[in-house]
Design a protein around this ligand. Structure first.
Ligand code: PLP
Length: 436
């Protein structure tokens, strides 16, 4: 049986690693080394001429990090993958790789606040133009906003914080009609709940800091490519033009599409952006992410069940003004959830309290089990007032455009007992609304 024949739960603990190649070590070893001995001059030559795959220097490749890359690639059926030192590094390096030199990116206003802020503050300084469109739920209108210089459509499969689901197949069709890739941040869903490649996405990025590693103990990111996008269509010369570093022994220069026809995007991302910007994931962080990944399905299954119980409780609570979770949404959201998230809509949701800022603060401070901070996708349940924290970079107008009213509270459900979580919310409601 080859690795390709195994199912998800086998791949998440086995893919990309053969103990016999590592002294029989059952747990993936942490290769805590900066560099790797070439052995012979002839081997050094082979490595530098891309005739042999091997490790040179841990900024551009490391055996522990490599297992993480191969494992997540196996889960999503990707042709190539690169780990980065954070989700932000994964996103920034990806978008620079596709739109460098004056490209334009079309995106949705409903994104993680840090992503929005980086789009506003950094990208224009590097010559990359970003437009936010309100038409992500109306792809035929969105299509009209694609310009000659548009290099990608970028979206979150489940948006942060208000869990709006992207219609990935409709967006992919629009993107492909214009010869550009659809890039999907699949952080909230994880490979367990959704594989965006199945629906036509071309590049997938993750903050592996969140549910993918799942324990709130590591900062990590990943970029994967489908291997199906045609980078030779004339719009992306950076992948097809010759690159001196890729020359063969006869000194013929080659391109990324020449040396890595199935994964030119990640090949260039590694050789150029990981190499020069240097946001490499450490082997220890890769080890922690691999450890977390081993229980991905088991964690998410339980978290989805608990999320259902907690959202049902809140949905009936008199102090709750509204609640946003795909399966509780309108008929469009429910249909999208059925199509893209049949195993569940994840462990994150948001709600609004019928109260002013002071009561929201008392409510948050009265919780004993929910940790009050900006992370999500942890084994511990977390809560945060997004407009004042994770999305505080957005102006009031931008928050309103992102469907983020001031009373928004984002919750990330962990692995505690659901009854204890509900009891904790109940006692915090009592304190905030002085019902004791
Ligand atoms: N993408 C999403 C959807 C996120 O929620 C976050 C962080 O909250 C990021 C990317 C950035 O990831 P990291 O914090 O690992 O840099």
């Amino acid at each position: 049986m080859s690795e390709n024949d195994y199912r998800f739960d086998t791949l998440k603990v086995r893919a990309g690693y053969r103990p016999e190649e590592h002294n029989g070590a059952v747990s993936v070893p942490i290769y805590q080394t900066a560099a790797f001995d070439f052995g012979t001059e002839e081997r050094a030559e082979r490595l530098f001429r891309n005739e042999e795959f091997g490790f040179l220097y841990s900024r551009i490749g490391n055996p522990t990090v490599d297992v993480l890359e191969r494992r997540v690639a196996a889960l999503d059926g990707a042709s190539g993958a690169i780990a980065f030192a954070s989700g932000m590094a994964a996103i920034t390096n990806t978008l620079f790789n596709v739109a460098e030199g004056g490209g334009h990116i079309l995106t949705s206003p409903t994104l993680y606040g840090g992503t929005v802020d980086s789009f506003k503050k950094i990208y224009p300084k590097f010559g990359i133009k970003i437009d936010w469109s309100d038409n992500f739920s109306a792809p035929e209108k969105l299509e009209k906003e694609i310009r000659e210089d548009t290099k990608a459509i970028y979206v979150e499969s489940i948006s942060n914080p208000n869990t709006e689901i992207a219609d990935i197949s409709a967006l992919a069709e629009v993107a492909h009609r214009h010869g550009i890739p659809l890039i999907v941040d699949n952080t909230f869903a994880t490979p367990y709940l959704l594989n965006p490649f199945v629906f036509g996405a071309d590049i997938v990025v993750y903050s592996a800091t969140k549910n993918l590693s799942g324990h709130g103990n590591v900062i990590a990111g990943l970029v994967l490519e489908s291997g199906k996008f045609n980078w030779r269509n004339g719009k992306f010369p950076q992948f097809t033009e010759s690159y001196y570093t890729l020359r063969d022994r006869q000194d013929h220069e080659r391109s990324f599409t020449d040396i890595a026809p199935n994964f030119p995007f990640t090949a260039r991302l590694r050789a150029v952006y990981l190499n020069f910007f240097g946001a490499a994931l450490s082997p220890f962080s890769a080890y922690l992410a691999l450890l977390g990944l081993e229980t991905l399905s088991e964690r998410i299954r339980k978290q989805v069940e608990t999320t259902k119980a907690v959202t049902e409780f809140l949905n009936q609570n008199e102090h709750v003004l509204w609640i946003k979770y795909p399966t509780l949404g309108d008929s469009r959201e429910k249909k999208l959830a059925e199509k893209y998230l049949p195993k569940g809509a994840g462990s994150i949701f948001s709600f609004g309290l019928k109260s002013g800022a002071a009561q929201i603060n008392t409510f948050l401070e009265s919780l004993k089990l929910f940790s009050f901070h900006v992370n999500l996708g942890d084994a511990k349940s977390l809560i945060v007032n997004s407009p004042k924290t994770t999305h505080s970079e957005l102006t009031p107008a931008e928050q309103s455009r992102a469907h983020l009213p001031p009373e928004t509270i984002r919750v990330s459900i962990g692995l505690e007992d659901p009854q204890d979580l509900i009891a904790d919310l109940e006692q915090a409601f009592k304190t905030a609304f002085q019902e004791n």
